[in-house]
Design a protein around this ligand. Structure first.
Ligand SMILES: CC(C)(COP(=O)(O)OP(=O)(O)OC[C@H]1O[C@@H](n2cnc3c(N)ncnc32)[C@H](O)[C@@H]1OP(=O)(O)O)[C@@H](O)C(=O)NCCC(=O)NCCS
Length: 156
């Protein structure tokens, strides 16, 4: 079983291990994930796999995401699964949690930058990101997508 929660201190190292899989020049933020624990405007969320043994159950952080509030939208700053844990629904669980957070806080937009070489566009499209623009040499000199989804908000 996989569940998503706001990280606390004990998740920081494992979250960094996941986010280290995002290898790009602007990824120095992963050194600061511990700082995010105390911030309101930026949040570290983790996906946790619950493994039920015969007598004991254990937990492992299998994905991490940094979410930053930015002018009536949430920017999904970083998202990655633990190495060897892709295609198990972890990325989807994290994006669904981000979507629920937007809905709960009446934030109408969720968006991200995604470097072209990560080839993550099909994943984001599956999550309902239907506004997609390609920019050449935009991020630290690399080609990337800007991807966004409008959040269905219930009327107050
Ligand atoms: C991108 C990433 C977060 C996706 O997370 P994930 O847990 O593997 O994705 P899910 O299992 O939730 O996938 C849901 C659906 O998205 C689509 N999808 C996911 N990865 C895909 C890929 N590499 N190519 C095409 N479609 C993909 C599929 O339709 C998939 O459903 P399926 O497995 O039933 O076919 C993960 O692959 C990852 O950590 N990659 C390395 C870091 C990275 O690229 N991060 C994003 C950069 S901004």
């Amino acid at each position: 079983m996989i569940y998503v929660r706001i990280a606390d201190k004990k998740h920081v190292v494992a979250a960094q291990e996941c986010l280290e899989n995002l290898n790009f020049d602007g990824n120095e933020l992963i050194n600061e994930v511990g700082v995010l624990l105390s911030q309101e405007e930026a949040r570290l969320l983790v996906a946790i796999e619950l493994i039920d043994g015969q007598n004991v159950s254990s937990e492992q952080v299998v994905g991490a995401m940094i979410l930053k509030y930015d002018d009536y939208s949430y920017n999904l700053v970083s998202l990655a699964c633990r190495l060897g844990h892709t295609r198990k629904g972890i990325g989807s669980a994290l994006v669904q949690a981000a979507t629920r957070k937007c809905q709960a806080e009446h934030v109408p937009k969720l968006w991200c930058w995604s470097l072209a070489r990560f080839q993550a566009k099909p994943f984001y499209e599956k999550q309902g990101f239907d506004e997609c623009y390609y920019l050449h040499r935009q991020y630290f000199g690399e080609d990337c997508w800007i991807l966004a989804k409008n959040i269905q908000l219930n009327k107050p």
